[in-house]
Design a protein around this ligand. Structure first.
Ligand SMILES: [Zn+2]
Length: 85
């Protein structure tokens, strides 16, 4: 079982986490074009290798960012959203 590290609770088993999306996929303005809204909702870069992602630790309810490699499945310890990269 893979272990992810919540910045608030420490190392925990992966089933306690929920993927929240790519880091940097910001919600567009309410008056954006339908194309911009579709881009926000449906299109992802889906990188092979290094990825910066948002994750939710379900037991504590905190969102955080995590660097994960999608090929090797390695994950660095999570960082609070307000922390610098
Ligand atoms: Zn936590």
């Amino acid at each position: 079982m893979q272990i992810f590290s919540c910045p608030f609770c420490g190392p925990r088993p992966e089933p306690e986490f929920h993927f929240g999306g790519e880091l940097g996929n910001h919600r567009p303005a309410p008056d954006c074009s339908p194309e911009a809204w579709a881009q926000y909702l449906h299109f992802r870069t889906n990188p092979r290798g290094a990825a910066e992602e948002i994750w939710l630790h379900i037991p504590c309810g905190e969102l955080f960012k995590m660097h994960r490699d999608t090929v090797t499945m390695t994950a660095l310890p999570g960082r609070a959203l307000g922390d610098q990269p």
